[in-house]
Design a protein around this ligand. Structure first.
Ligand SMILES: [Zn+2]
Length: 375
């Protein structure tokens, strides 16, 4: 295994991360950041493409094997910050700012790999997507990554979402699925001094909640961890605008996190609701199945060996609890792994940071992996 990571320019890698953090890119406003990425790559001689929703794509090299490196450009809005969310300041080995971990170090890694890698003997596809944290409005698909995953297929894909946990390095070889449904629980409105003449939909919603809570959901071991399904009521809304009226309906939103490869999650929720005999209208808001790669998959084994070499310790392989864009690549036939330089526990937290040493080691490992995978 050749080690080409010496070619990495660490100062340039950190400086690029700082510059990316200093450009705000909350979902829906990724344009300026996309232009920065386009300019940066074109300065190094790459030709770039931008699709109809604003995703940036670069393809280079030819050959039998192909690899996609992907990271998202958008961030959540800053919340609870006591420092400047766009400072990009480096202090005590940490780099600070909104998106430092999620996912600007990931973007910076890909840019550094592009500048450093010798002409690959396979095809390397770099993709930077919009709308991971939030949804696209008025477009065919809700997520920027769906446009990329349908059009660009490869032998493997690494999605550089944050998988560092301090000294522990993780690789997610899959993710749980997610299904979100809205329930309109029906009741019968009446004066609250005579509740027995109506049907209180809040009481009915409680029956649904209690029934959902008492369900035993699926669990299964993947790699060395047992993974559980979870079902949560994430929103409940009722009220007739006056305190002396029993309302006519109550809206609930249910978030169901499924084991990988569960395709009928909506049916499961519907079955659980039907069993309560409560009268409801059922509306599906979102559904994306999870997936898991086989333990002996080539991409997983090769990447793990490079991670071990760069960090001097073995990575923990598991299935991500959250839904990830990687699932879109998998659905479209590209085996995808989630592995990136950011600190996972820093995502969406005030005064977010990433560790500079993890940024450098992770970039080294992906560079070496890319070089070997495409040779
Ligand atoms: Zn992210």
């Amino acid at each position: 295994m050749p080690n080409i990571s010496k070619a990495i320019n660490k100062d340039r890698l950190v400086k690029t991360t700082q510059e990316l953090i200093r450009i705000p890119s909350i979902t829906g406003n990724e344009g300026t950041l996309a232009q920065y990425i386009i300019n940066d790559l074109e300065n190094y001689g790459f030709s770039t493409k931008q699709d109809e929703v604003g995703n940036v794509i670069v393809e280079f090299g030819t050959g039998k094997k192909s690899l996609i490196l992907n990271a998202h450009m958008d961030t959540v809005p800053p919340e609870g910050y006591t420092t400047d969310p766009y400072s990009g300041i480096v202090k005590g080995g940490k780099i600070y700012g909104l998106g430092a971990s999620d996912c600007k170090t990931g973007l910076a890694s890909i840019l550094e790999i592009a500048k450093t890698i010798p002409q690959p003997s396979g095809k390397l596809i770099l993709t930077f997507n919009v709308a991971e944290e939030g949804a696209l409005r008025g477009e065919k698909y809700q997520k920027g990554c769906m446009y990329i995953a349908k059009r660009y297929k490869a032998d493997a894909c690494i999605v550089l979402e944050p998988t560092m946990y301090g000294d522990t390095v993780k690789i997610s070889a899959g993710c749980r699925g997610r299904t979100v449904v809205e329930l309109n629980v029906e009741g019968k409105s009446t004066h609250s001094s005579r509740p027995e003449t109506g049907l209180n939909p809040i009481d009915e919603a409680l029956k649904v909640m209690n029934s959902l809570k008492s369900q035993t959901l699926n669990s299964q071991q993947y790699f060395s961890t047992v993974l559980h399904e979870t079902l949560s009521v994430v929103s409940i809304n009722a009220g007739a605008g006056a305190n002396n009226i029993i309302p006519s309906s109550c809206k609930m939103v249910i978030d169901y996190r499924t084991l990988p490869n569960i395709k009928d999650a909506q049916k499961t929720v519907r079955r659980l609701i039907d069993a309560t005999k409560v009268k409801t209208k059922f509306n599906s808001l979102f559904s994306s199945p999870g997936y898991v790669l086989p333990e002996d998959s080539e991409v997983l084994k090769t990447l793990s060996s490079h991670v071990e070499r760069s960090f001097n310790r073995q990575p923990e392989v598991s299935v991500a609890l959250g839904r990830a864009d990687a699932s879109y690549f998998y659905e479209n036939g590209t085996p995808a792994i989630i592995y990136g330089p950011g600190e996972n526990m820093q995502c969406h937290k005030p005064n977010e940071y990433a560790n500079v040493s993890s940024l450098i080691k992770c970039t080294e490992s992906i560079l070496n992996f890319t070089h070997e995978f495409l040779s």
